[in-house]
Design a protein around this ligand. Structure first.
Ligand code: F6R
Length: 369
C-alpha cells in the first residue's frame, strides 16, 4: 500500500502533482471561468461578504496565512487568519456578512470544529476546505470545497497542504469572479498558470536529490532557521513545522524583515538558514530586500540554503546551497517552494533514525482540545 516507497510520507510527497491536478479538476471551464457549484452559498450572499476569517490549526493554518495574500489581493476583501484554538476565546467580531473559511485535512480537528460552531452561532457563513468526505467539519458547515488529495496516512501533512492552497486560490479567484473585483487579465493569467502548476510540482520533485544529500549532511545539527517574505513567510513557518515534527530539531520560521528586530542574534558560525526567495518579477522590492537579508546572515557566518526561482542569478554569490524552483506567479510560489522543505524534513528524519510516518507524541487527527 506504500506503492514501493519506504514511507507513506514519501509516497504522499510524490503524489502531489496528481493531487493538485485533482483538486483543480472540473473547477475551471474551457473559457477560464471557475465553476464552484459545490459552494452552496448564493452568489448574492458572496457579493455581500465584507470580511473573510480563516480558521485552522498547524499546517492548515499555514495554508490559511497564504490564502490571506490571495484573497486580499484578488478580491480586496479584508481577510484575517487565526489559529482555531485562539479564535473563539477572544470574542471575535462576526456577523452575517462574514465568511469564515475553516481549513482541515481530517475534518475532525476539535479546535477548528469549535471555532466554526462559534462562527455559525454569530450568524457567519462557514465554508469548509476539507480533504475527508463526510467528516464532521464539512457536515457542520454551510458549504464545502473538498481538496481531492486522496487519503493522507503519514501524520505530517504534505499533499493535503498543497491541495488546501489550490482550494484557497480557487475560493479567492471565485470570490473575485462573483464580485467582479479585479476580474481581468491578471486573474485569467493566474487561472492559466494554476492549470499548469502540477507539471511544475513534478519538475521540482525530479530535482530533489541534492536536497536529500544536503539534509543528510545536516543530521547532527541542533537548529535550523527558515526565513521568508510575503507568501514565502508562511512557507518558512511550514518548513520549520515539518522539521520540528519529523526531525525533532529546533526549527523556527521568521519573516525576513523581522531579523534585525531580534532573531539575527541567533545567527552563528555554520548555522543552517533556509531562505525562501520571492519571485524577482513583480515584487522586485521584496526580492532586493531578501537578497540583502541573505548577505547579512552570511556575513555573520550562517550556512545559507537558498530556494530561488530558476534564472534568478542575483542570489548565486550568497548561497552556500542553492535549490531551484520553477518561476511561477508571485502568489502561487508556495506550491513549488514548499516541496523541497517537505523532502528536506523527511530525509533529515530518516537520517536521524526517526519514525517518519508516526512521529513521537503526534496523532493524525486531533479530536481533543
Ligand atoms: C502538520 C500537521 C498538523 C495538522 C493539524 C490540523 O504536519 O499535520 O499540524 O495540519 O493538526 O489538522 P487538520 O488539517 O486535519 O485539521
Amino acid at each position: 500500500e506504500k506503492g514501493g516507497y519506504d514511507y507513506f510520507m514519501l509516497k504522499e510527497i510524490a503524489e502531489q502533482p496528481k493531487a493538485v491536478a485533482d483538486t483543480l479538476l472540473g473547477r475551471i471551464d474551457a473559457s477560464g471561468s471557475l465553476t464552484l457549484d459545490e459552494v452552496r452559498i448564493a452568489p448574492g450572499a458572496l457579493r455581500e461578504v465584507d470580511k473573510v476569517v480563516v480558521v485552522a490549526c498547524g499546517t492548515a493554518f499555514h495554508a490559511g496565512l497564504i490564502a490571506k495574500y490571495a484573497i486580499e489581493h484578488w478580491t480586496r476583501i479584508p481577510c484575517e487568519v487565526e489559529l482555531a484554538s485562539e479564535f473563539r476565546y477572544r470574542d471575535p467580531i462576526l456577523d452575517a456578512r462574514t465568511l469564515v473559511i475553516a481549513i482541515s485535512q481530517s475534518g475532525e480537528t476539535m479546535d477548528t470544529l469549535m471555532a466554526l460552531r462559534h462562527a455559525r452561532e454569530q450568524g457567519a457563513k462557514v465554508l469548509a476546505v476539507c480533504n475527508t468526505n463526510g467528516s464532521t467539519i464539512p457536515r457542520e458547515s454551510d458549504a464545502v470545497l473538498y481538496t481531492h488529495a486522496g487519503p493522507e496516512v503519514a501524520v505530517a501533512s504534505t499533499k493535503a497542504f498543497l491541495t488546501q492552497l489550490v482550494a484557497c486560490y480557487l475560493v479567492a479567484l471565485y470570490l473575485g469572479q462573483v464580485r467582479g473585483t479585479k476580474w481581468g487579465d491578471e486573474i485569467r493569467a493566474v487561472v492559466r498558470d494554476l492549470s499548469r502548476i502540477s507539471e511544475e510540482v513534478e519538475q521540482v520533485l525530479e530535482t530533489m536529490e541534492p536536497v536529500r544529500e544536503l539534509a543528510r549532511s545536516l543530521a547532527s545539527k541542533n537548529t535550523v532557521l527558515f526565513l521568508g517574505r510575503h507568501v514565502g513567510y508562511p512557507v518558512a513557518l511550514e518548513g520549520a513545522l515539518k522539521l520540528k515534527e519529523l526531525a525533532y530539531m529546533h526549527a523556527e520560521g521568521f519573516a525576513a524583515g523581522e531579523l534585525k528586530h531580534g532573531p539575527i542574534a541567533l545567527i552563528e558560525e555554520d548555522l543552517p538558514v533556509v531562505v525562501v526567495v520571492p519571485s524577482p518579477k513583480g515584487r522586485s522590492v521584496l526580492h532586493d530586500k531578501i537578497v540583502s537579508n541573505i548577505q547579512e546572515i552570511r556575513a555573520r557566518g550562517a550556512r545559507t540554503i537558498v530556494i530561488a526561482e530558476e534564472g534568478d542569478e542575483t542570489v548565486v554569490p550568497y548561497a552556500d546551497h542553492l535549490i531551484r524552483i520553477p518561476a511561477t506567479p508571485v502568489l502561487l510560489q508556495p506550491l513549488v517552494a514548499t516541496v523541497p522543505l517537505q523532502v528536506f524534513a523527511c530525509e533529515l528524519a530518516t537520517a536521524r533514525g526517526n519514525e517518519v510516518d508516526q512521529p513521537r507524541n503526534l496523532a493524525k487527527s486531533v479530536t481533543v482540545e
